[in-house]
Design a protein around this ligand. Structure first.
Ligand SMILES: C[S@@+](CC[C@H](N)C(=O)[O-])C[C@H]1O[C@@H](n2cnc3c(N)ncnc32)[C@H](O)[C@@H]1O
Length: 232
């Protein structure tokens, strides 16, 4: 049976797991630094690539930014539409955006680079739809994290292995079963640099609030980063 990348079968469990506020990574680690890069910058419109059920598009709209979300997973796009009748949601893949050149002040990839099969094509498309001077804002799982995992009990440390080998792997939690990519960090950085983008911000945000035991895990292992690139 071809499960594709698992997102069609996992969409309902994903929607339930995210709730309205998002999971720990979003609520306590990424949302605040992502919004800090956006607020007060005068972005008029934004494209959220791999918008899922639209939570970050709704957050962009709350900041007064006209948001368009794209995602290939039908159930997720339908849910995004049902939760935001003013938003614009398109069922599409990052590798072939059905959108005009240079149409967006801001392009966002919020924990989606690891889900995208053809990362080079997707980055080329994200750059194409960005206006000159516009920003590409990325939150992604660290490559150290996608190459590893807790060794037994979290007390015993974090094991990273086969770091340089790019591979797709099935991962499962709370009823979700999806295929994610491990790529070494250069597999993301090199195509971004080759497009002439300029890195203007890089951070590995620390957790803020939330369950202290969960927060401790985010401090011990290299989980997440945020980058902002500007198109010249
Ligand atoms: C981890 S979820 C993140 C969703 C949302 N950005 C969020 O933060 O809640 C990854 C998303 O990437 C989408 N996705 C998978 N393959 C994709 C592709 N080729 N192009 C764009 N999005 C893709 C999935 O459907 C899913 O909604």
């Amino acid at each position: 049976m071809d499960r594709g990348n698992g997102w069609d079968d996992s969409a309902e469990a994903w929607i339930a797991d995210m709730g309205e506020e998002g999971d720990f990574s979003r609520r306590h680690v990424l949302d605040a630094p992502m919004l800090a890069r956006i607020r007060g910058r005068g972005f008029r419109n934004a494209l959220d690539v791999g918008c899922g059920e639209g939570r970050f598009c709704r957050m962009l709209a709350a900041e007064g930014i006209a948001a368009t979300g794209i995602d290939p997973t039908q159930k997720l796009i339908e849910t995004a539409r049902s939760r935001d009748d003013k938003g614009s949601y398109v069922q599409a893949r990052a590798e072939a955006l059905p959108l005009p050149d240079a149409g967006f002040d801001l392009v966002v990839s919020y924990l989606t680079l690891i889900d995208i099969d053809d990362i080079r094509a997707a980055i080329a498309e994200m750059v194409r739809v960005l206006r000159p001077g516009g920003s590409l804002l990325v939150a992604n799982l660290n490559s150290f994290s996608t190459a590893g995992g807790w060794k037994g009990d979290p007390g015993s440390g974090y094991l990273i292995d086969n770091y340089l080998d790019e591979r797709a792997e099935w991962v499962s939690w709370r009823g979700i079963l999806i295929r994610n990519w491990h790529r070494p960090f250069h597999a993301y950085m090199q195509p971004l640099l080759e497009h002439g983008l300029r890195l203007v911000h890089f951070d590995e945000p620390a957790p803020q609030g939330g369950d202290p035991r969960q927060a401790a895990r985010y401090r011990r292992a290299p989980y997440l980063h945020v980058m902002e690139w500007v198109r010249g």
